[in-house]
Design a protein around this ligand. Structure first.
Ligand code: XMP
Length: 326
């Protein structure tokens, strides 16, 4: 397996090149892993999903995938992971619903960085607990991609995949998409039979909806942000904006305002809609959402999402705003 992307490597832009890459990697994976067992933390994101699909092809049930639901996933996400990997691809999938554990630890925590640390730390703990229950695992597969390696070499970002597990858990790493750029990973994923909605999905932060519930996360506000996000995604898809707008989501801030419902005064949250376009996420421009779509969103969100009486649109580019709210 190549340790580095060769300087003269052709960019994978079509099915033929992707198929050749897949065939090459499968041979290399079989050679590396032999008859041993491999473990993978499967988030449902593009990179880990593609690694899972590749390993299922290469070593079948020698692979065990662990999907940790931290309770901060979007509507339908855990269900999609189970349906694609367990039902369709027949993977060994351990599904852990750790929602209560995460939400209990996060209760009352308002500081954004502390929230991130709790989510990251708890994730490793749950994953390590599951790994200890399994016998004879020698390999840990990871969805590291080429930009991760370049960024960690430049010191921009700690290599987020490597490490983090307790000292006594030593595995040999398996990183079959390590030399690929994101666009290449997507084509490879499509050729491995993953659904387009999984392979071409918009970026979603590791701490999930947790950073879209600014301040202390409550189950009620989390339910509101999840439901509003599902409506936004559904309407963007219905209006042909899926795949055209780089990232779009909702935020439910921690304040209420007065409104009227069924002739009575109500005191409820607003939902903020964010929709941005960018090349590299360092700067971003706001999408010009058609007014009729905006009206549809307001109508659906205020009638379908409990506890919400207003919808706001964030017109702020990055900078000065970041894309996420925390
Ligand atoms: P910001 O908010 O910094 O976001 O403008 C830029 C891009 O990064 C994503 N993002 C994250 N991704 N963990 C992640 O995996 C995080 O903690 C995180 N914070 C932001 C964000 O969704 C956007 O695409």
């Amino acid at each position: 397996m190549n340790e580095r992307r060769p300087d003269n490597m052709t960019r994978i832009t079509n099915a033929e090149l992707a198929d050749a890459f897949i065939a090459e990697q499968i041979t290399a994976l079989k050679e590396q892993i032999g008859d041993k067992k491999v473990l993978l933390a499967l988030s449902g994101g593009v990179d880990s999903s593609v690694v899972a699909a590749m390993l299922i092809k290469a070593v079948g049930d020698q692979l065990t995938c662990v999907h940790v639901n931290h309770g901060l996933l979007r509507k339908g996400e855990a269900e999609q992971v189970i349906s694609v990997f367990r039902d369709q691809m027949k993977a060994n999938l351990v599904y852990v619903d750790a929602t209560d554990r995460f939400l209990d630890k996060l209760a009352g925590v308002t500081d954004p960085e502390t929230k991130r640390k709790i989510i990251g730390g708890e994730f490793i703990e749950v994953f390590a607990e599951e790994a200890r229950k399994l016998d004879g695992i020698e390999f840990l597969a990871q969805g590291t991609i080429w930009p991760d390696i370049l960024e960690s070499e430049k010191g921009i970002k700690a290599h987020h995949n490597a490490g983090g597990l307790p000292e006594d858990m030593k595995f040999e790493l398996v990183e079959p998409v390590k030399i690929l750029f994101k666009d290449e990973v997507r084509i490879v994923g499509e050729r491995l039979g993953l659904p387009a909605g999984m392979v071409y999905r918009q970026p979603f932060p590791g701490p999930g909806l947790g950073v879209r519930c600014p301040g202390a996360i409550t189950r009620e506000r989390l339910a509101a942000v999840r439901e509003a996000d599902a409506i936004l995604r559904e309407e963007f898809a219905a209006h042909g904006l899926e795949g055209k707008v780089w990232q779009y989501f909702t935020v439910v801030p921690d304040f209420k305002s007065t409104g009227i419902r069924d002739g009575r005064r109500v005191f409820e949250w607003p939902v903020i809609i964010r929709a941005v376009n960018t090349r590299d996420a360092m700067t971003a421009e706001v999408e010009n959402i058609p007014f009729d779509l905006m009206q549809k969103l307001v109508s659906r969100i205020t009638s379908e999402v409990p506890g919400v009486n207003r919808v706001l649109y964030d017109f702020t580019p990055k900078p000065t705003a970041t894309i996420e709210y925390e």
